[in-house]
Design a protein around this ligand. Structure first.
Ligand code: BES
Ligand code: ZN
Ligand code: ZN
Length: 487
């Protein structure tokens, strides 16, 4: 989509539809020119009560020929005293996805009502760009028309420019991540993922891929135990962005390109969705894609322990015991609890190799995540209050909500194995927190946070700016977090 920022009068903007956002109770004279040239159409509509500017309400009106925009879309922002950045984002999503579905090509936005206080037209744009996304790679016959050109009309171009650039970068990274997750597992194997990671290489980003034999040499038997049942070679992908000489922040993304459950096979109903078990890795790659454009003065390392989890003839079996890179032994009681096995080795590897300033892992780790929080928040656990506070701040910025869950030391008991140091499942209750506690056992003294995106990385029903399918949640959160570190 082509983006333009223009300092012109609304009536002079040639477009199919001009979006006019309004608060409840706003009068037509906000858009005086258009109102009078159209013979008072805005005023008449508002006075008739047919459009009350309630939040999420829309009304499309044709304009006479003497006005350049062919139509206007009255767009409700709701009550002025209830406005938030998220409401502006959602309004952008609702207006743009509506126009996109109608097949309009060229649209414009008047920013008069959304340029004050904490809110910004960039939030509207963010919602718009995220809402018109669709995954059409495999639609070979039916291609849809939609928005190709988006003009923002503003008097404050300089200030807006920076905010809009940020919105463009983070939305494009989110969409990059959504595309990876939506791609089916036959076309998104660990090898494909590692080639995509290689594609991000540039003068600031370097990449290294550990093959199976390298992982064996390193002693990552927990990770390798997951890969045993598949014919696809595992790839332990490492990216490094070196914008400073400081100790690195390490981002680890769960990258199971398909999770069948292994020998502890999942039920067939809904199993197709387990292509999204690499969403954590896709988030981390999205973040890296944005990093080089943003040029942040940070040292960031990403690790994607990629593999399939399949029940092949040499697959791990319940009861098997493996040793992680840290020397801790794990009794695998359920091969479907594979995420924590690959993450344990990735965390162990990161600590051993890089002495990180902090580690953040992001993973579709547990079904229990949605039992606890529904589909509304990322579950967060960690051992460092400052790091958690910083992520909370980023969460408020982006409305990618996180909710902290406890890591009570009593949970250690849940993971006690009779014959190994740990077992990989904690029993019936507390599935979300015992998975977190398992990872905590590998984090030691390094500041660490775990983000469980199992219930938010995939959306079954359209949301205002998240069409159903992969959400890309976590990309904007982590980018906002990294930006705050670089200040
Ligand atoms: N990838 C799943 C978690 C998951 C479930 C993600 C649903 C997205 C949607 C994970 O590997 C898994 O299977 N976890 C098990 C753990 C259990 C065996 C202790 C689960 O949550 O059922
Ligand atoms: Zn699993
Ligand atoms: Zn999994």
């Amino acid at each position: 989509m082509k983006l333009n920022i223009r300092k012109i009068k609304e009536k002079d903007c040639s477009c199919d539809v001009l979006i006019l956002p309004l608060f409840e109770g706003d009068k037509a004279d906000f858009y005086r020119d258009i109102n009078s040239l159209s013979g008072g159409l805005i005023e008449k509509t508002l006075n008739s009560g047919e459009f009350k500017a309630k939040s999420e309400s829309l009304l499309l009106i044709h304009m006479p020929d003497k006005i350049k925009p062919k139509r206007i879309l009255l767009t409700g922002l709701g009550k002025k005293n209830k406005i938030t950045r998220e409401r502006v984002r959602k309004t952008g999503g609702i207006a743009s996805s509506y126009l996109n579905k109608m097949g309009f090509n060229k649209i414009a936005l008047s920013t008069r009502t959304i340029e004050t206080g904490d809110i910004s037209p960039a939030d509207f744009l963010e919602g718009s760009l995220l809402s018109v996304y669709s995954f059409e790679k495999y639609k070979k016959v039916e291609k849809k028309n939609g928005i190709k050109d988006f003009t923002i009309i503003s008097n404050k171009i300089k200030k807006l420019d920076r905010e809009i650039r940020w919105a463009e970068i983070v939305t494009s990274a989110t969409i990059f991540s959504r595309n990876l997750v939506n791609t089916p597992s036959n076309e998104m194997t660990p090898t494909v993922l590692s080639n995509i990671a290689k594609g991000l290489k540039n003068n600031k980003i370097s990449i290294k891929v550990l093959e199976k034999k390298d992982a064996e040499k390193a002693g990552m038997w927990a990770y390798l135990s997951v890969a045993k049942g598949s014919n696809e070679p595992p790839k332990f992908i490492i990216l490094e962005y070196k914008g400073s000489k400081a100790q690195p922040v390490v981002l680890i993304g769960k990258s199971i390109t398909f999770d069948s459950g292994g020998i502890s096979l999942k039920p067939s109903e809904g199993m197709e969705k387990m292509k999204y078990d690499m969403a954590g890795g896709a988030v981390v790659l999205g973040v890296f894609k944005a990093l080089s454009t943003l040029d942040l003065p940070l040292h960031v390392i990403s690790i994607l322990p990629a593999t399939e989890n399949l029940p092949g003839g040499s697959a791990s079996k319940p009861g098997d015991i493996v040793m992680s890179i840290t020397g801790k032994t794990i009794e695998i009681l359920n091969t479907d609890a594979e995420g924590r096995l690959v993450l344990a080795d990735a965390i162990g590897y990161a600590k051993k190799k890089y002495k990180p300033a902090s580690i953040i892992d992001i993973a579709t780790l547990t079904g229990a995540c949605s039992v606890a929080l529904g589909n509304e928040a990322i579950a967060m656990m960690g051992n460092d209050d400052k790091l958690i506070e910083n992520i909370n701040t980023a969460s408020e910025e982006t409305f990618e909500r996180v909710w902290r869950m406890p890591l009570y030391h009593e949970y250690k008991e849940y993971l006690k194995s009779d014959i190994a140091d740990l077992k990989n499942i904690g029993g019936r209750s507390g599935g979300l927190v015992t998975a977190g506690y398992f990872l905590y056992e590998f984090s030691d003294n390094t500041p660490w946070v775990h983000l469980d995106i199992a219930s938010t990385a995939w959306v079954d029903k359209d949301k205002p700016y998240i069409p159903k399918g992969a959400s890309g949640i976590g990309v904007r959160l982590l980018l906002s977090f990294l930006k705050s570190l670089s200040k």
